[in-house]
Design a protein around this ligand. Structure first.
Ligand code: C2G
Length: 130
């Protein structure tokens, strides 16, 4: 059986997140998702997420295509997570294209096209009217 792993913040969960999770799941038999820790997010994006890691984890864990979730504490631990969960495939959106090619010695690395015209940042701007 084939295990797929993917990572993300999944803040203000939207259909772009759903699509990448569905397409990741379709590449294997079991999908494991690493959800970025709040602290990692602050470092990555310079603002805290709208929803806490416990809330984001609960939402992602409840999705039908998702078999297992864990908190991604650091970007530097990607290789450890791939090995720990015995992933055969690493899937990321193509905003990360080329960034994770170094892991192709331990698993397949696949970049999927992002869903156009939707992002957490755009949603925040739309809702706040800025
Ligand atoms: N995504 C997408 N289409 C969008 C928006 C996001 O396909 N319109 C995908 C991204 O490409 C990513 C996933 O949804 O694969 C999660 O996106 P983010 O929550 O923005 O994740 P990010 O902060 O990039 O975290 O270790 C890597 C990081 O933790 C990834």
């Amino acid at each position: 059986s084939r295990t797929v792993i993917t990572f993300g913040t999944f803040d203000v969960f939207h259909v772009g997140h759903l699509r990448v999770i569905e397409r990741a799941a379709s590449l294997g038999d079991r999908l494991v998702v690493g959800v970025s820790a709040d602290a990692l997010n602050e470092r990555k994006k310079g603002r805290p997420p709208v929803f806490s890691q416990a809330e984001r984890l609960a939402i992602v864990a409840a999705l039908k295509p998702v078999d297992e979730v864990f908190v991604e504490e650091s970007l530097e631990l990607k290789r450890d997570y791939i090995l720990k969960y015995a992933a055969d495939v690493l899937v990321m959106g193509d905003d990360w294209k080329g960034k994770f090619d170094e892991f192709s010695d331990v698993c397949d690395v696949v970049y999927l096209p992002r869903t156009p015209a939707i992002s957490t940042t755009a949603l925040i701007e739309k809702i706040s009217g800025t």
